[in-house]
Write a protein that binds this ligand. Structure first.
Ligand code: MEV
Length: 315
């Protein structure tokens, strides 16, 4: 007989609509949760504290795990924050968010573990504090996270985000329909972010100008989203993609999907997340979603998700 868990927690995936990479350097960015894909954590009574990641075939003994193990780090951070000893729990993690694909799987897994632990402890924690704990784990995944991934998966709302600041209230006036297509090429955030860092060090003026361009696009996009001017977002996505290409974080696979989406009638398309592989997003109207989905599949997408950001998405 299947044992019922003591507690459960979950968290969504995420997409970055505008501003990836530049957000690491203090420019604003816009991100939204993707609720169709989620990470989950189930807690069962046990003798010791372990985390089992079923999909990754990993089992971590928290008391003896190295300091840089992300699962053990999240468990310890929650215990420290609540001033509790390590509990005798088996924490089972599952996720249908593709890994290293720009959809925030690492942050979502940490957030799911945190949420399940809070329920099992019967404790509450403000979202800002849970987000800060997930941020600590994100630092293990890549050294200089902006904090946007942990913020959007913990708040589960579209966010206007500037590094080091709390997320700002942000109204979505009309629904935004997007397709999310996966190149199937894994791309760890750490590598793309590290490459951009080295390129920025070598040619700081050029990269600062690219980041400024991205920041301006994000500001225009926010104004358009708040005004319900969804058609204006297409050209802004294309302009953001052009700047990302010039940063060196696009890839032939991403370019192929972006071109296919635009040719099939998408209003705009860009990579989403760290780039080099992972996922791209395309802005579509109801009437072209099926045609663009077909074109993305024909161009090699291994998976196409349809999502929409809804007007009640107010933080
Ligand atoms: C990753 O989802 C987004 C990046 O801007 C990195 C970050 O913000 O930490 C590439």
């Amino acid at each position: 007989m299947n044992q019922l868990p003591l507690a459960r927690g979950d968290a969504p995936g995420k997409i970055i609509l505008f501003g990836e990479h530049a957000v690491v350097y203090g420019r604003p960015a816009i991100a939204a949760p993707v609720t169709q894909v989620r990470a989950r954590a189930d807690i069962f009574p046990a003798r010791t504290c372990t985390v089992e990641a079923v999909d990754l075939h990993q089992r971590v003994d928290v008391a003896h795990a190295p300091a840089d193990d992300p699962f053990a780090r999240m468990v310890r951070l929650v215990c420290d924050a609540l001033q509790r000893p390590l509990p005798p729990w088996r924490i089972v993690v599952t996720s249908d968010i593709p890994i290293a694909a720009g959809l925030g799987s690492g942050a979502a897994i940490s957030a799911a573990i945190g949420r399940a632990m809070l329920t099992a402890f019967g404790a509450a924690m403000p979202l800002a504090e849970l987000s800060a704990l997930v941020y600590e784990v994100e630092k293990l995944h890549h050294g200089t996270p902006s904090g946007i991934d942990n913020t959007v998966v913990v708040y589960e709302r579209p966010v206007w985000f500037v590094r080091g600041q709390p997320p700002v209230p942000f109204a979505v006036a009309r629904p935004i329909h997007l397709l999310i297509a996966d190149t199937g090429v894994p791309s760890p955030t750490k590598i793309a972010v590290g490459d951009v860092r080295r390129a920025w060090e070598q040619d700081t003026a050029r990269f600062e100008a690219l980041f400024d361009g991205v920041g301006d696009i994000a500001r225009q996009a926010r104004a358009a989203i708040e005004a319900g001017d969804i058609p204006a977002l297409g050209p802004l996505m294309n302009a953001n993609q052009d700047l990302l290409s010039r940063m060196g974080v696009s890839s032939p696979e991403l370019d192929r999907l972006i071109q296919a989406a635009l040719e099939a009638g998408a209003a705009g398309a860009k990579l989403s997340g760290a780039g080099r592989g992972g996922n791209m997003i395309a802005l579509v109207g109801d009437e072209d979603a099926v045609r663009v989905t077909r074109a993305l599949r024909a161009a090699g997408a291994v998976r196409v998700l349809s999502t929409s950001i809804q007007p009640q998405g107010m933080l």
